[in-house]
Design a protein around this ligand. Structure first.
Ligand code: PLP
Length: 412
């Protein structure tokens, strides 16, 4: 593939103009927002869709024959199709709306409670977010299945040889994130999926951290379940997507009982609605779903290849400048990662660094990033994490570098 210098075409100033929050000042300094792995910012195009929904056609969906309800239903179902197309999902009814990644994971975990038996094994990776550890621990407690962990290596990648040893015909489920939120490591999910299928197990991939950077083709991946949150990819909070293979969605019992998820209800027996309604009890986040679709439109108009290439430039620039700082260590400094840098400076607590950076208007995340096992591995209380989006700039990275150097001089 010929490589094109997209930086020539990538007009970051034009993109930044779409994000009203980027004009803000924090502590009298221009905001430098480097906490994109926690949540991304929202472009005016998506804000407009939200305002338009509540201004013009707010109504409950799938219930009324009146015009507003029809309009809301159409917009919500169109958004589902946008999400389906984006992730190359075979059918719209396999594209389930959730309240976010955590919700999607819990839906699958609770469904497997009626499938797993004592003696079965469930494998998670050491690079997981807490939301991809705790539900499986709860599931194993309930079913008597055993939880196994793929260990990590010093460079922040998974020990794939250890994974080979963990796999057996007892393996029913493997849970792994596509990209680690704490380190940015891109995991070899193709290999994890095919090897798990070889022993007859299913794989759930947590795509929360990958989706803002990588357009995943879920049919090509042959993954069994994939979950994302809209708020990490320019959409609103409180909405996400769960994809499941049809055989699994048919097999798993409903997650919640309530309106929308039934076919017939009598006091003797209730029969469930078909997909996707079986998993969508109650009034959903209608506006959020519609805005999620708009966020995908926005990002696709820029282009995921362009986004990935530009972010990689930011990552390389920031990595080389940070590495030049005395006593600074980057965790998981490998080529195959998204634009996330987790670091510490010898003798500086990450919280103190974060506080000084905040005074300078720079938003980074400090702490364990909901991934305490990774911090335990490195024997550290946490890290400073700078995570970049396509609307960030090299100038902002220069501001970060100056801030880190200033903090280092104050604290060491
Ligand atoms: C953010 C994140 C989650 C949790 O997402 P919610 O939107 O809080 O449910 C799970 N896994 C990873 C990898 C994440 O980055």
């Amino acid at each position: 593939m010929a490589s094109v210098d997209t930086s020539l075409h990538f007009d970051v100033e034009k993109i930044r103009a779409d994000f009203p929050i980027l004009k803000r000042k924090v502590n009298d300094k221009p905001l430098v927002y480097f906490d994109n792995a926690a949540t991304s910012q929202t472009p005016q195009q998506v804000i407009d869709v939200i305002v338009d929904y509540y201004s013009r056609y707010n109504a409950n969906i799938h219930r009324g024959v009146h015009a507003l309800s029809q309009e809301a239903t159409d917009a919500y179902e169109q958004a589902r199709i946008k999400i389906q197309k984006h992730f190359n999902i075979p059918n719209a009814y396999q594209t389930l709306f959730t309240s976010g990644t955590t919700h999607g994971i819990n839906m699958v975990a609770s469904g497997f409670a009626s499938i797993l038996e004592a003696g079965d094994e469930v494998i998670v990776s050491a690079l997981e977010h807490h939301s991809n550890i705790v539900p499986w621990q709860m599931l194993c407690e309930k079913t008597g299945a055993q939880l196994k962990v793929i260990p990590m290596l010093e460079n922040g990648t998974l020990d794939m040889q250890a994974f080979d040893r963990l796999l057996s015909e007892k393996t029913k489920l493997v849970f792994v994130n596509h990209v680690s939120n704490a380190l940015g490591t891109v995991n070899p999910i193709e290999e994890l999926i095919s090897k798990t299928h070889n022993v007859g197990g299913a794989v759930l991939v947590d795509g929360a951290q990958a989706a803002p950077h990588i357009k995943a083709d879920l049919q090509a991946l042959d993954v069994d379940f994939y979950v994302v949150s809209a708020h990490k990819m320019c959409g609103p909070t409180g909405v996400g997507m769960l994809y499941g293979k049809e055989e699994w969605l048919t097999k798993l019992p409903p997650y919640q009982g309530g309106g929308e998820m039934i076919d017939q209800v009598t006091f003797e027996k209730t029969t469930y609605a078909g997909l996707p309604h079986k998993f969508e009890a109650g009034t959903p986040n209608i506006c959020g779903g519609i805005a999620f679709g708009a966020a995908l439109d926005y990002m696709n108009a820029i282009g995921f290849d362009q986004i990935a290439e530009y972010e990689h430039e930011l990552l390389e620039y920031a990595t080389s400048r940070l590495k030049a700082i005395d006593g600074l260590r980057i965790y998981g400094d490998i080529p195959n990662k998204t634009a996330v840098i987790s670091f510490n400076i010898k003798g500086v607590h990450p919280y103190d660094m974060g506080t000084i950076l905040d005074k300078l208007g720079i938003a980074v995340r400090t702490g364990h990033h909901c991934a305490q096992p990774i911090m335990d591995f490195y024997k550290i209380p946490g890290t400073v994490r700078a995570s970049f989006a396509f609307y960030n700039t090299k100038d902002e990275i220069d501001t970060l570098i100056a801030g880190v150097e200033r903090a280092r001089n104050m604290l060491v």
